[in-house]
Design a binder for this molecule. Sequence first.
Ligand SMILES: Cc1cc2nc3c(=O)[nH]c(=O)nc-3n(C[C@H](O)[C@H](O)[C@H](O)COP(=O)(O)OP(=O)(O)OC[C@H]3O[C@@H](n4cnc5c(N)ncnc54)[C@H](O)[C@@H]3O)c2cc1C
Length: 405
Amino acid sequence: MIDFTIPPDLAEIQSRVAAFVRDRVLPIEPEVDESNFDQHLSRLQGAGREDGLWNPHLPPEWGGLGLGALGMALVSQELGASGLASLALNCMAPDEGNMHLLLHAATAGQQERYLRPLADGATRSCFAMTERDVGSSDPSQLRTSAKEDGDLWVLNGEKWFISGANGAAFAIVVARTEDGGPDADPRTQFTLFLVDADNPGWRVVREIPVMGTHGPGGHCEVRLDDCRVGPEAMLGERGAGLKLAQVRLGPARLAHAMRWIGTAQRALDIATERALGREAFGKQLIRHEAVAWMLADSAIELYAARLMVLHSAWKIDEGMEFRQEVSMVKVHVAEALGRVVDRAIQICGSLGYSSDLPLEGYYRDARAARIYDGPSEVHRMVIARNLANAMLGEGTTKPATGGLA
Ligand SMILES: Cc1cc2nc3c(=O)[nH]c(=O)nc-3n(C[C@H](O)[C@H](O)[C@H](O)COP(=O)(O)OP(=O)(O)OC[C@H]3O[C@@H](n4cnc5c(N)ncnc54)[C@H](O)[C@@H]3O)c2cc1C
């Protein structure tokens, strides 16, 4: 039986999160700028705790609501209406993904030292994988190295576009520890390390200026120069770095898609309200077919996006294989977001292009969605590879198209 009813406990949390965004976040959004961001965020975080919504993604023993992927899909769609909302509940990238990774791979000592303060909202973190000098879509090319020196590991290299690095308490760094030669499986050549930001070998060089919003800590260029860490800094097993990065990135990609749906929904609401409330050439904008069709196309794309996200989240919760679905979600929702926001700007005309509405900011941010956590082209490559494998192995591509009926 296929039952699309939202379980009552999740529906209740979703409606409380929607109320939090509507009553607490959106009213202050227009006042927030760089000068008062920290004060506003800290007040919103207090409100999030007060409303019993803090850390929706973490288990109760870590002070959270214990939501799985489906619960987070529902909640994040509400949070996506404002860039502030996920931060207010402590479940924004990159910290959310790092918390998942620490839960999954860290020792009890590492969890106490790194996860505890993150869960309390006392620190921020970053995830350092990408490098400027190599095509980092292909992580086998990453050059940052970690070499053994007695009991210590010495890390050298440079990382770039590291979100949140400025002011983060620590980084999870992907570094090459093995030299298995050209034939070695790259998934066995890299290891993750926990690097404290006060390590003298870790340096944030600059926040890179970008076209969209940059969130707390910016997107940074970072250097590791003879950065020495002890054996206790290794996160997970030696050589398992890229596999663990995938553990982090799979659900993290879905979490982004869930938030993008919230953003796209708000863009569609703004455009529809405008099209109802304004007239040109003797009738409401929405009565002009060209406008109506733009709105309809956005609704269709949002519906597909929601179904895809909810189905993938369900697969994760059921312990089923989900990577093909999450790749399809990443491509579809990132690209649909761009189109939905673009149409909303068009429908709102000059107002849409102005900063009086959030749409122009959404438009700039949406552009990055097609690049980070795997560019669309790389996900398409993976999707097509899985189609070929399914065809060759099972005589049909059907299992690689979502595995539905
Ligand atoms: C806003 C933002 C935040 C980010 N935050 C982080 C972070 O916190 N930590 C981190 O480590 N990284 C982060 N990144 C980096 C991001 O993950 C990388 O930019 C991304 O993985 C692509 O790597 P690259 O930039 O080196 O592109 P490249 O690998 O140089 O690829 C460039 C382009 O080539 C094309 N291409 C590549 N491979 C293929 C292929 N197989 N088939 C067809 N076309 C292909 C694609 O169009 C791709 O966009 C962030 C990026 C952005 C924009």
